[in-house]
Design a binder for this molecule. Structure first.
Ligand code: LP5
Ligand code: MN
Length: 249
């Protein structure tokens, strides 16, 4: 029987959450090695300010662990999230992974699967979509990367604080995907299954265009993954049980 494809997102790895780092290390050294491929669908890191972040031993170790997984024969793929869209080729090389555009369609078992981080589907959040256009601009990124690391670190912390503050005042629906944007993305991709993260609202949704999976965020050592096989898709806890209350598809 062919090996499963596993998908995770929103681990938000940082030195501030050692339990989740430990859970990631166990996952990458254990269950992930049974997979044919592991897809990281964004926000792997709490924040990424440029590939010189690899000069920090904490992040270099994470990259090495992913490279070890790849060296064991598992194809590792990374799609950026709104926290780590500055992950580039140096990170990809260090981690032994390939960088994927958002969106990406894969078909490991025949049926197409649409993969997205999910932030681009939050079209009701006009302030975020404006911010996203600015920070995804290649010229802005080119300038940003030439600023001193210490300055970027401080500025990123400021941006994070402003984001958290603005989120406190936002209605929940604004920070969720827009149903119309989901339908359009699935139709354009010709896929009846969409898999995304970002919203931290793990679920399986029956949409007009098919099934939408929302991957769980990882926090304080808890998290989960979506397992895809020829038989279908199952959302699993890190204890490898089906996610409570969410049936397989
Ligand atoms: O991230 P989270 O969960 O708090 O909220 C997100 C949206 N916010 C973001 C911002 C990130 O947290 C920032 C991460 C640091 C990036 C470091 C690199 C910066 C590089 C810049 C140049 C290349 O993604 C939040 C959504 C929420 O998800 C739910 O979907 O609502 O969006 C906002 O809060 C939008 C705010 O209005 C934007 C607040 C920051 C404004 C700072 C402007 C400065 C621009 C700097 C340009 C160089
Ligand atoms: Mn996100």
């Amino acid at each position: 029987m062919s090996r499963p494809v596993l998908l995770i997102s929103d681990l938000h790895l940082s030195p501030a959450d050692p339990a989740t780092v430990a859970a990631f290390e166990v996952f990458v050294a254990g269950p992930a090695r049974q997979a044919q491929a592991l897809y990281l669908l964004g926000d792997l890191f709490e924040v990424w300010i440029g590939d010189d972040q690899l000069d920090d031993p904490f992040y270099a170790r994470i990259a090495r662990q992913l490279a070890g997984l790849a060296a064991s024969g598992v194809a590792v793929h990374f799609m950026a999230g709104n926290r780590d869209f500055l992950c580039g080729t140096r990170f990809a090389r260090a981690a032994g992974l390939t960088l994927l555009p958002d969106p990406t369609v894969i078909a490991p078992f025949g049926a197409p699967l649409l993969l997205m981080h999910g932030d681009s589907l939050c079209t009701d959040d006009a302030a975020y979509q404006r911010f996203r256009r600015i920070v995804r601009n290649p010229l802005v990124q080119w300038l940003w990367r030439r600023l001193p690391y210490s300055w970027r670190n401080r500025e990123a912390a400021q941006i994070r604080a402003r984001s958290s503050a603005s989120n406190r005042d936002k209605a929940a629906y604004i920070m969720d995907v827009n149903v119309g944007a989901v339908a359009q993305a699935m139709r354009q991709a010709g896929a009846r299954v969409l898999i995304h993260g970002h919203t931290h609202r793990p679920a399986r949704h029956a949409e007009a265009e098919g099934t939408r999976w929302v991957l769980p965020d990882w926090h304080a050592g808890h998290g989960g993954y979506l397992q895809v096989t020829a038989a279908g898709q199952t959302l699993c806890t890190l204890a490898h049980h089906p996610w409570p209350g969410i049936a397989a598809a």
